[in-house]
Write a protein that binds this ligand. Sequence first.
Ligand code: NAP
Length: 411
Amino acid sequence: MTERDFDVVVWGASGFTGRLVAEYLYEQYGVGASLRWAVAGRDMPRLEVLRRGLGAAGESLPILIADSHDPASLRQLVNRTRVVCTTVGPYALHGSELVAVCAELGTHYCDLSGEVHWMRRMIDTHHETARRQGARIVHCCGFDSIPSDLGVHWLQREMRARQGVYCQAVKYRTESFKGAFSGGSVASMLNLLESAEDDPSITTILKDPYALNPAGAPRGLDGPEKTNPEYDLDFRAWVAPFMLAEVNTKVVRRSNALLGHPYGIGFRYDEGMIMPFGQLGFPLAVGMAGGSVAFNGALRTAPLRKWLSAVLPKPGDGPDEAARESGHFQIQLLGIHPDNATHNLRLRIRGDRDPGYGSTARMLGEAAVCLAHDGLAREGGVLTPATAMGDALIDRLDANAGVTFSALDED
Ligand SMILES: NC(=O)c1ccc[n+]([C@@H]2O[C@H](COP(=O)([O-])OP(=O)(O)OC[C@H]3O[C@@H](n4cnc5c(N)ncnc54)[C@H](OP(=O)(O)O)[C@@H]3O)[C@@H](O)[C@H]2O)c1
């Protein structure tokens, strides 16, 4: 890559999550020090307000202006940085031109997309160009899907180091979390459902457990996401369906496929939410599963969707600072040894902020710095957090972002 003016540009910094990413980079890396970074968006006055709010040194933070639908302005921006870190969503509406330009100009890229149909399109259209140009394009660098993808990476690395084999299956279970939605996430969810109404192929993609695998890659044994609660003997608890599983599981399967299936073509992966009260958690699991079916049903019905979009947060809004700081998440992943259950491994991932924004902003910020600074071995392409960054990002999250990975026996 020819020398660029910046290591990282935060694109969408005037929005709710983009501002949190900028605040995090400012706290962690300052301005004009080890990280050369800038904020960018389409609206100078809003970006100036953001910059003033950062603190005294923020005044010298560069601002770049572009529009996501003006390819010439995007080209200028993308040409000046090693990494674009984008929170301009819904990505299916505002993100395609940016991915195209990053792939073409060999600029690394990370985002918070959970829009599977759009990511499928980006893979089909830009993977080869990005590979040729050495651009690492990495979607899903927030709560979906970093804990899932890096959690599996961590367990497989440990199982291999300790037992000389890979886990034949991994189970991801949320133990507890506290957080809320932003208007931008609501907008992305509504746009996805509206698009699926117009184009039934989107529903087919969402239901396909291997929807993000490279074209022609062999399919494994996993089926569509579960919609019913089940009792999980490995966790001695009732487990309800987890709303982000539809995205996270596909990212994990893409990682295995991009690596050439080291975990086996038959590697199995699933996610769920642990309900409290052990065997007595059944009614809660049923309520949670039923609630999620009802919520999804409501979102698929145009008049109810209209009502929900009126009462849910609007673009630019989201959980306040107190809610972000009092939020948290805790996840447990179980790695299953292929033939000896006494060698199974458990990993706990903890986050000290709300998952969707406080912790997500830090994960995305660290992913961007990792892509810029960490001398990663992986070639370009439309990658995943684990295949693009793996251990380097785990180390950064542990050290800087309040997202910790620990073996359960060391907890
Ligand atoms: N996966 C996760 O864990 C996770 C967590 C949080 C958010 N997200 C996703 O992140 C995205 C952003 O969420 P948010 O709550 O931050 O949304 P938001 O507050 O609405 O921010 C959207 C940003 O996009 C900018 N934008 C819109 N159209 C643009 C255009 N044509 N050119 C340039 N900039 C444009 C807006 O700029 P203006 O300020 O000028 O309007 C704003 O900066 C959503 O897709 C959401 O789903 C994902």
